[in-house]
Design a protein around this ligand. Structure first.
Ligand SMILES: Cc1ncc(C[n+]2csc(CCOP(=O)(O)OP(=O)(O)O)c2C)c(N)n1
Ligand SMILES: [Mg+2]
Length: 791
């Protein structure tokens, strides 16, 4: 029989349809149980915190029905049911994450590094290379900052557009089937208050990309009601201005209730068709969603929800409603359903037990070993460790440490120390690996190629050197795309991409709206799907709009998936010296502290910048490359091997050798320093000038201390605020490299003022470090050491 029960449902036989509905209900029901049991696990102390998907189950089983291989999801912590429905997680893995089991095998989403409900699938093999993406559904790794997923889901959808429109990429079948993939996003109603949401929705509408967003609207964001979140308390109403017009441009907007299974199936069917076939973005506003257990284990919703609301939530519980609907429509009898639920109860409890047992069993072995070793020295301490309930690795290390402290000088302690050191090292690695890529293609492995010159080499403007480099990269790598404000038609405000849109097409070199946050998000999503984006932030001063994504998403991707996902992307920007409060920024300390996990590269000229672009395109890691704003019109000799030039990351360059003082700087300050050095030379002072070039990673071979061994004096200079990147460099060289031992004078920093730089030539002079200050700081050091010679 081929009578579809649900209106417009794909034509399937009745028995298949019934099986499908029962399957959906089973997944939803088992997910609910996992939530209920999960909360208990936290409240009884077996896990620290829990946030669950209860109340959102039925919408998610409906959504899962329409996802296809090759599709991507970027969502948030409520999506456990979707993960179960897709077979991408299971109850055991769910509990393994709740217990923070630090194992990729047991907890593949984050290896115990993320809170529960933060999902991902593994997209890299054991060498860090891409696995195929088109034979599976891909879950981009969740982050906690609400709405932080939005720029990424936009980027994932943007990638489909690129794959569809650029025929040269149609052969990349591991990444895309000619752009037919939908990027599915989920977000809570309250998180739509964030700018990220509106910026992403607008950008999707402008670009017409296959982004399908589901809003789980439970009327609350923790305790804060929709009336404080959303104009008119009505997302459908305020989104309606985005609705598709008669030309089909805009966003398809669908509203549906979260307890209405057949309506949800219809909604997702319609949504996915238009999104996949026409690349029309869709928002599904899933209303009347509940939170049976409140927001999370941190509080109870009885504190802020009225009795009426709580009663309504019980009445409109999606699982209870689906259950009734199934019985009313004779899909299954109450008795059979009750039997099924009993079976599921047993399965969920068993899976939870197995997850706990495997989490504890490894610790238990280690605990036994530690107790035995400690008991040979202190029976009481051994007993203390034994008695700690569900003792963890921290407890083991604390008691071992205490035993060592008590037995200083006792030769028998050696065994404890040995165990302690090995144990600490093992777990330090388990918890601290993968800040960056550990593959062979990590940036530090890319081999240096120095620029070579011909006696008759041409001299070009800096921007022309870059232009040739970008042209070569676009020619050589079809996956390279470049985009940003003014990057397309005019080829960026400083002409680095001039003429390249005409040459390579507008699917390679693109203009974007003024929206730094989602420009970064587009780079994220595109890079996760095998493209090689160069995303431009027009000026370094506006990086702040995008730095949240850089810090929370890009910089943590390898770490939070323990090498399961990567973003090989380049953020291109220009900064340092120019003029005025917002066009001469150099907030390096802020950046380098926010993006540990990325590379921060600060080339002093455009040849060096070209070398960094070439290096990073060969690597599989994310970088920010900051070009010098005042360098585009400076003349540079054109290397004969420009396309091959590769500047190594983490390797400083000695610009000028010297014997009296080491001056360490980077970027535009190299030229400022050189001016000061000329004045010092006139006084017979010899300065060794070093350009660090790469702030993260920083001097990986510890070459700077070698210079200090020779000069015994050091100045760290830049144009950041005091205590910014100069303090970072000082810590690296004096503490990490042990440079303090070789100093005969105080270490010095030379920075800008703490205020933003004032406009104009004089404003710049009084705001930023300048050549006369270089002279003064260095001269003062020499005077102190030899007042006769340097009065
Ligand atoms: C940027 C940011 N601000 C605050 C928080 C703390 N926080 C976590 S969840 C949440 C409420 C989110 O509500 P909603 O988007 O409606 O999702 P729901 O939990 O209701 O599904 C808040 C404020 C956060 N994680 N990120
Ligand atoms: Mg909510």
């Amino acid at each position: 029989m081929t009578a579809p029960l649900v209106k417009d449902q794909i034509s399937i036989t009745k028995s298949d349809f019934i099986d499908q509905v029962i399957q959906d209900y089973s997944v939803a029901y088992s997910s609910r149980l996992a939530s209920l049991i999960g909360r208990k696990e936290v409240l009884t102390g077996k896990a620290k915190f829990g946030i669950f998907g209860d109340g959102k189950e039925v919408a998610q089983v409906a959504m899962a029905r329409f996802m296809e291989n090759g599709d991507f999801r970027a969502g948030y912590y409520r999506d456990q049911t979707l993960m179960f429905a897709l077979g991408l997680s299971d109850i055991q893995k769910f509990f393994a994450q709740l217990y923070a089991h630090p194992s990729v095998e047991h907890e593949p989403s984050s290896a115990g590094r993320s809170m529960n409900g933060h999902f991902s699938t593994r997209m890299l093999d054991e060498h860090g290379d891409w696995l195929p993406q088109t034979d599976r559904i891909n879950i981009s790794s969740d982050i906690s900052p609400t709405a932080g997923q939005m720029p990424r889901v936009l980027g994932l959808a943007f990638a489909s557009k690129i794959y569809k429109s650029n025929e040269a990429l149609h052969q990349n079948t591991n990444f895309s089937n000619q752009g037919r993939e939908i990027a599915w996003g989920t977000i809570g109603n309250a998180s739509t208050s964030e700018g990220h949401f509106w910026e992403s929705i607008n950008a999707a509408g402008v670009m017409q990309v296959p982004m399908l967003i589901s809003i789980w609207d439970d009327e609350y964001g923790i305790s804060v009601h929709a009336k404080h979140q959303t104009t008119k308390q009505n997302l459908t109403a305020i989104l309606s201005g985005f609705k598709t017009d008669k030309f089909g441009t805009g966003i398809e907007l669908i509203t549906v209730n979260g307890w209405d299974y057949p309506a949800l199936i219809n909604a997702y069917k319609k949504a996915s068709e238009v999104c996949r076939e026409k690349h029309t973005p869709v928002v599904i506003h899933v209303k009347e969603v509940t939170q049976p257990q409140g927001h999370s284990t941190s509080g109870s919703h009885e504190r802020y929800k009225s009795k009426e609301r709580l009663d309504w939530e019980t009445e409109y519980d999606c699982i209870a409603r689906m259950r009734n609907w199934m019985i009313e429509n004779k899909i299954i009898t109450d008795i059979k359903l009750t039997e099924l639920e009993k079976d599921i109860d047993a399965q969920v409890k068993e899976a939870k037990k197995v997850a706990w047992a495997s989490f504890r069993s490894e610790i238990k072995t280690e605990l036994d070993e530690a107790v035995e070793i400690i008991s040979s020295l202190n029976g009481d301490y051994a007993q203390e460790l034994k008695e700690i309930m569900d003792a963890g690795r921290k407890d083991i290390l604390k008691i071992l440490h205490k035993t060592m402290r008590q037995n200083v000088g006792n030769p028998a302690i050696e065994k404890v120390e040995h165990f302690y050191t090995q144990y600490l090292e093992k777990y330090q690695t388990i918890y601290s690996s993968h800040l960056q890529s550990e593959s062979n293609r990590r940036a530090v492995n890319i081999v240096e190629v120095k620029p070579e010159y011909h006696p008759e080499s041409e001299t070009l403007n800096g921007f022309e050197i870059l232009n040739r480099t970008f042209d070569a990269l676009l020619t050589k790598h079809p996956e390279v795309i470049a985009f940003g404000e003014d990057v397309g038609k005019i080829g960026d405000v400083n002409q680095g991409f001039s003429g390249l849109q005409e040459k390579h097409g507008d699917t390679r070199v693109m203009d974007m709206g003024i929206r730094e946050n989602t420009i970064v998000g587009q780079a994220v999503g595109a890079s996760l799907r095998g493209l090689r984006p160069i995303a431009e932030i027009q000026y370094l001063d506006y990086l702040l709009y995008g730095i949240q994504i850089m810090s929370d998403d890009i910089a943590t991707i390898q770490y939070r998936t323990k090498g399961g996902q990567k973003y090989p992307l380049i953020i291109r920007t220009r900064g340092h010296r120019l003029e005025g409060i917002w066009h001469s920024g150099s907030p390096m300390g802020m950046i380098l502290n926010a993006v540990r996990g990325m590379h921060v590269l600060v080339p002093r000229d455009m040849t060096r910048a070209a070398g960094f672009y070439n290096t990073m395109i060969q690597s599989d890691e994310p970088a920010i490359i900051i070009e010098c704003l005042n360098g585009y019109r400076l003349k540079e000799k054109l290397p004969i091997n420009l396309e091959e030039v590769s500047v190594p990351v983490g390797v400083p360059e000695i610009i000028q050798e010297g014997t009296d003082v080491t001056l360490i700087t980077y970027g535009s300050c190299v030229r400022i320093a050189q001016e000061g050095i000329v004045m010092l030379q006139e006084k017979g002072i010899s300065v060794e000038l070093i350009d660090v070039q790469s702030i993260l990673p920083f001097d990986i071979h510890h070459s700077l201390v070698e210079s200090i061994k020779k000069t015994n004096r050091v100045v760290f200079m830049d144009e950041d605020v005091k205590g910014g990147a100069t303090a970072f460099m000082m810590q690296k060289v004096l503490e990490e490299q042990g440079g303090y031992r070789y100093l005969d004078s105080d270490p010095k920093t030379l920075t800008s003022q703490d205020h933003r730089p004032a406009y104009g030539t004089d404003g710049d002079y009084f705001s930023k470090s300048n050549p006369e200050e270089v002279y003064d700081v260095v001269y003062a050091l020499m005077h102190e050491s030899n007042p006769q010679q340097f009065p």
